[in-house]
Design a protein. Structure first.
Length: 480
């Protein structure tokens, strides 16, 4: 009798221990994002501004010999930029404070090749300050691009230039900000003016610039700033400038310099990567990065911009959309109208969650705290989670009545890691289950995955999570 009683106590204890374990949040599946990386991923879309001497000389990459006197916008209005971008749903803006030609848009002490030697405001202008102030006034985040390559600077390629570059970083981060992102571009070395030398200079980027020290200069003033490029990034380039992230998109990556320059790997990430390095997709609303009048008829259509959104944000990456400012100093009206129309189209696409009144059931539930209906809650911090050790699971949505839909949005709870490797969609209609025919592989999810498909009529929708590592944690599902 005493043996039986002791055994029952042990069973009860173990059951209670298991229940308590399941009630707790799942253990993270490392690597996981920092709070700053999570906040950055939640921005989803923000803008690039390319503006400088190239704008006034019909160029993309200035050689470094174009006179500063050619920079002369007639009706520059940074508030027009910011209000346009805000209306287009952008959460921030990154300005090219210095492109490869070396011309600086603020009155730097490091060179005379700057806005202070241009006709703009009789040499008293400071474009970085104007845009920074406009962002603060209207609630947009502010970031900066500072090209490491400088085709004007006589010291480029020599030891002395690195000190000049650090001083430029120091001026920018200490006088303008806080910054949400700082860009080190990957174009480094080649032909240039170099103070009149007019020659080719080559450097080994991973050693020459001392990127770790450059990053620390940024973080001394803007600790939350994401770092793009260089050898110590906190986000990564997608590997192309076409606006496309691969449908399979891992936030995890390798941090060796060779991998950071492997365009094929950049497009997909690594399932077994040891660092959380989410992707950023950069693309221009026009063919060029700087304004060219000949491209006024080539602004991307709303449909093209929607495709960019689904292939970037919809593939677990952030979208950095470039707006070339014209010679007047304004975003052209066709660009602004197109961007705002696109934003409204994206908003409309998921404005009404057709799953909101569904009955939701799951093949496995960790505990009542992590119930399947959490995926219908707009609070990202609420999520459905399975018990530990599973590798397959299902989620079924039963509609109150037959419903038509053609899009789906899914979100993992990435503060605990990215886990889903493959999922499949089925719909139930006329008494049988049928596969949803998607136009791309349904593999990874990550922070956000958007799936488009031919319109279906469904009584139920099923998501089969075929393979996942760690514990499945799904925050949100939206159908439209």
């Amino acid at each position: 009798m005493r043996y039986s009683k002791g055994k029952g106590w042990l069973v009860t204890f173990l059951i209670g221990l298991l229940a308590a374990s399941c009630a707790r949040a799942p253990q993270p599946s490392y690597p996981i994002p920092t709070p700053q990386q999570i906040e950055w991923q939640q921005l989803e879309t923000y803008a690039f501004i390319h503006f400088g001497l190239n704008t006034f000389n019909n160029m993309e990459w200035g050689y470094g010999d174009t006179p500063a006197s050619t920079f002369n916008p007639t009706h520059l209005d940074c508030e027009q930029w910011v209000l346009t971008l805000k209306a287009a749903g952008m959460k921030g803006v990154i300005l090219t404070a210095k492109h490869h030609d070396g011309f600086c848009l603020w009155p730097t002490e490091t060179t005379d090749y700057s806005i202070k030697n241009s006709p703009y405001k009789n040499g008293k202008g400071d474009l970085v300050r104007e845009l920074c102030d406009a962002c603060k006034k209207h609630g947009l985040k502010f970031g900066l691009y500072l090209s490491p390559w400088d085709r004007h600077q006589a010291e480029y390629g020599r030891e002395g230039y690195v000190s000049i570059y650090y001083q430029q970083i120091q001026e920018l981060v200490s006088n303008y900000g806080p910054l949400f992102e700082f860009w080190f571009d990957g174009a480094n070395g080649g032909n240039g003016w170099y103070g009149g030398a007019n020659e080719k200079r080559s450097i080994v980027a991973e050693h020459y610039y001392g990127y770790a020290e450059a990053r620390d200069l940024v973080w001394n003033y803007s600790l939350d700033a994401m770092i793009f490029g260089g050898t110590v990034p906190t986000i990564r380039w997608i590997g192309n400038e076409d606006g496309i992230a691969d449908a399979t998109q891992w936030c995890m990556y390798k941090t060796d310099f060779q991998s950071l320059n492997d365009e094929r790997s950049l497009g997909r990430g690594f399932k077994d990567g040891k660092a959380w390095l989410p992707a950023e997709v950069d693309v221009s609303i026009r063919p060029g990065w700087f304004y060219h009048k000949s491209e006024d008829s080539l602004v991307k259509t709303v449909a093209q911009l929607e495709d960019l959104y689904f292939n970037s944000v919809g593939h677990n990456a952030n979208l950095l959309l470039n707006f070339p400012v014209n010679q007047e100093g304004r975003i052209p009206s066709i660009d602004s109208a197109r961007a705002v129309e696109w934003h409204h189209a994206v908003q409309d696409a998921f404005s009404d969650n057709l799953l909101k009144d569904c009955t939701v059931t799951a093949s496995n539930v960790r505990s009542s705290r992590f119930k399947p209906t959490n995926v219908l809650d707009e609070d990202y911090e609420k999520y459905w989670a399975t018990e530990d050790g599973l590798r397959h699971a299902e989620l079924v949505f039963e509609f109150p009545k037959t419903t038509t839909l053609s899009r789906l949005m899914l979100q993992e709870y990435v503060p605990l890691g990215q886990n889903v490797e493959a999922f499949y969609l089925d719909y139930y209609f006329n008494g049988k289950w049928l596969p949803v025919e998607t136009n791309e592989p349904t593999t990874t999810i990550g922070y956000k995955r958007l799936v488009r498909f031919q319109t279906i009529r469904a009584d139920k929708l099923r998501i089969r999570f075929k393979t996942f590592k760690g514990t499945l944690c799904l925050s949100r599902v939206v159908g439209s």
